[in-house]
Design a protein around this ligand. Structure first.
Ligand code: PAF
Length: 286
């Protein structure tokens, strides 16, 4: 395990000198099978002779003032075991002081902002979220210096924003987006699923059921569907789950993330739903 920025950068430089390829999976820890599938993908990308680095850092700048930063689940021991079992070469686990030094007038003061793809959906509900994500991901790329970084498709907008940042700021690496890992009943895997009570866990199926219903509606219709009508139907379906409250349901172009008024095969759908106090997101291509 490496905890200092200087230590991680030194390691990265020594690998670079030897021509070793580095695959990177940034995480906030409390790892699950979804994360481990990203690790497997990173290993595939760099091969046996390459190095796989996983970072675990609950990044405060991507949480809003009323969000779950302080109660975000953590279990470093278990994360270490999972990473060891999966053949991860280095766990990078920096402290807040290491990432965002707070030294009075010399305190941390630089941020990275993507100004188009980050505006809608999560950007509306969580206005400072993507500024935190792009900032920490840019920092991690400069520290780990990977050739490949793997992100999960569950955070579709995040992956799009990071890809745009990598292109716009000329980071010399490839972004791979790996498919969403689901529980057998359809719930997308997320560290936040841990917050759900037994009853809420059942009601959390509202998200994947809404996606399935939208996919079915598109499949069985010969023409495109009015987005507003489909959205209203999905609101109804979700409201049958008393603990569930829709934050947004959006239909959009998967490349530009621009909302569409007509939904057809190839349209992307994303939704955010509060189940009790827990905010869950999911998405799929229709
Ligand atoms: O997806 C996450 O877990 C986080 O947003 C990330 C990419 C690790 C940045 O903190």
């Amino acid at each position: 395990m490496v905890t200092s920025v200087a230590g991680m950068q030194q390691l990265a430089k020594s690998w670079q000198r030897k021509g070793v390829r580095v695959g990177f999976v940034p995480t906030m820890g409390y790892l699950h099978a979804g994360h481990m599938s990203l690790v497997k993908r990173a290993r595939q990308m760099v091969g046996k002779s390459g190095k796989v680095v996983v970072s675990i850092y609950v990044n405060p700048t991507q949480f809003g003032p009323k969000e779950d930063l302080s109660r975000y689940p953590r279990d470093l021991k278990r994360d270490q075991q999972l990473c060891r079992a999966e053949g991860v070469d280095v766990l990078f686990v920096p402290s807040d002081q290491e990432m965002y030094p707070q030294n009075g007038i010399g305190a941390y003061s630089t941020y990275v902002v993507e100004e188009t793809l980050s505006r809608g959906m999560e950007g509306v509900s969580r206005p400072t979220h993507f500024r935190g994500v792009t900032t920490i991901v840019a920092k991690l790329f400069n520290i780990v210096q990977p050739q490949v970084a793997v992100f999960g498709a569950k955070d579709f907008q995040q992956a799009a924003v990071v890809q745009r940042m990598v292109r716009d700021l000329n980071f010399p690496l490839k972004i791979v987006v790996a498919p969403t890992h689901r529980e057998p009943d359809g719930l997308a895997m997320s560290s936040r699923n841990k917050y759900l009570s037994t009853d809420e866990r059942q009601q959390a199926l509202a998200l994947s059921l809404a996606i399935k219903a939208a996919q079915q509606a598109v499949k069985s219709s010969k023409q495109s569907l009015a987005a507003n009508k489909l959205r209203a139907n999905l609101f109804k379906l979700i409201s049958q789950h008393p603990a569930a409250r829709v934050d947004y349901i959006e239909f959009f172009d998967p490349q530009t993330l621009q909302p569409v008024t007509q939904v057809s095969c190839g349209t992307q759908m994303a939704l955010a739903v509060f189940v009790g106090r827990t905010r869950l997101i999911d998405n799929a291509r229709l």
